[in-house]
Design a protein around this ligand. Structure first.
Ligand SMILES: *Cc1c(COP(=O)(O)O)cnc(C)c1O
Length: 420
């Protein structure tokens, strides 16, 4: 079943026509398919069935409580990057024993909260962090289960802003410093060394860097085992790409699973993954209304009521998401258009040359696809715009999972000192 598909010329989310949701919550809004979230979890986990791997959903990709709950119900744990995400994960019903904490900048308070909650693992990114974890664990009378995040120095071949596995980045421990780090990890009080972790970047479509990184990981496991260190766990990170535009070709996921099996599958380590985008990206769309169709001698602009503050990926990473009309007449003509929002920046454009109905007009609805990951999660109130609602659909029912956060409410967050 295609999750977002036309029925009688009207785009639906599962079995719900999108105009019905637009009528109820107004535009713009994010819409997620619960079925798609479940299917994505199932296809990820079934690729590793025989390896008995654990999936920690990287909740930074989409932190709505309903999204987390849907994946938690499938069996997912959580990969968190802040104490805020720890609160979100626990609140959505993920048990502490299924939470891993990655971040190059964990604060004292965050480490303490993670230890007191007894999470499964802290992924350590530096030696000063390791020493601080040891100190806090000793003070709080806890033991910190830790994995060292290795910086394998591979180029993930993805957008530079989301490449995290080469040594010029702030992430992980460089292999040249691993001896020293292992010395600390296996001797400091309050920490229990469990294994290694890696995350080399996001939206990686050419899987060769995964092979390179995981092969390096294998060498490290063999090397340290030979020195008598017990290595029980390998956390392989996230980063698998999804297709965004209709012409994007992505490597089949089975190839990724094959690389995992071939590089680290036989080491007898418990394997885990931290996928974000792969679980939620294509489970969400952004629905927006056309405000103006502006024809100029050189171009057609379709100005919509969603903007870069709602979905920043095009402006931030040069990403191109497919855009399709919600009402579609197969025999109708199309005209190429630039689709843009209202924000006062030229970067507030979703891209050029989208084939939209020639007859498109103010008031029509359009859908921006593959917007489930790093969409709402990265949205802001820039230009004093409301934060937009989120909706989840299952079969023929839908519910709002976040209300629109009005500008009046945002104003109430501020205060003016008396002496001004
Ligand atoms: C962002 C991130 C992920 C998830 O990345 P995706 O590309 O969304 O799969 C996983 N692990 C860590 C440490 C991350 O920072």
């Amino acid at each position: 079943m295609t999750i977002f598909d036309y029925s009688n010329g009207v785009l639906r989310a599962e079995s719900v026509p999108l105009p019905e949701i637009a009528q109820k919550v107004d535009t713009p809004f994010y819409c997620y398919s619960a079925q798609r979230l479940r299917d994505n979890y199932e296809s990820f986990s079934s690729a590793f069935n025989e390896l008995n791997a654990t999936i920690y959903y990287a909740i930074k990709a989409n932190g709505n409580q309903a999204t987390i709950r849907t994946l938690a119900a499938c069996g997912a744990g959580a990969d968190i990057v802040s104490v805020g995400e720890l609160m979100r994960a626990l609140e959505a019903g993920i048990p502490p024993g299924k939470i891993v904490f990655s971040s190059a900048g964990k604060t004292e308070d965050e480490i303490k909260a993670a230890l007191i909650a007894h999470i499964y693992q802290l992924n350590v990114e530096s030696m000063p962090e390791l020493k601080l974890i040891s100190q806090i664990a000793t003070e709080t009378g806890t033991t910190a289960p830790i994995a060292l995040r290795i910086n394998p120095d591979v180029n993930a071949g993805t957008h530079e802003k989301i490449s995290t596995g080469h040594k010029e980045t702030k992430f992980g421990i460089e292999i040249s410093q691993l001896y020293e780090a292992m010395n600390l990890a296996t001797t400091l009080p309050g920490v229990s060394f469990k294994g290694f972790t890696m995350h080399i970047g996001s939206h990686i479509n050419d899987y060769a860097p995964f092979r390179e990184a995981y092969s390096r990981l294998r060498e490290l496991v063999e090397d340290w085992r030979a020195r008598g260190v017990k290595i029980e766990r390998l956390d392989l990170g996230g980063g698998v790409a999804i297709p965004y535009d209709k012409d994007d070709e992505t490597t089949p996921f089975s190839e990724y699973a094959k690389i995992v099996r071939e590089t680290v599958g036989d080491l007898g380590c418990h394997l885990s993954f931290e996928p974000g985008r792969r679980l939620v990206g294509d489970a969400g769309i952004l629905v927006s209304r056309v405000l103006y169709v502006k024809d100029t001698p050189s171009k057609r602009f379709v100005i919509i009521d969603a903007a870069m503050n709602d979905l920043v990926r095009p402006a931030m990473y040069g990403a191109r998401h497919s855009i399709i009309p919600v009402e579609f007449n197969k025999s109708g003509e199309t005209t190429l258009a630039t689709v843009a929002g209202a924000v006062c920046e030229t970067s507030d454009s979703f891209g050029d040359d989208f084939a939209l109905p020639t007859t498109i007009k103010a008031g029509d609805l359009i859908a921006i696809l593959q917007a489930g990951a790093y969409g709402s999660a990265m949205s802001s109130t820039y230009n004093a715009r409301p934060l937009i609602p989120e909706v989840i659909v299952l079969k023929e029912v839908f519910a709002q999972t976040r209300r629109r956060i009005s500008v009046a409410e945002q104003i109430s967050w501020d205060s003016i000192p008396k002496w001004l």
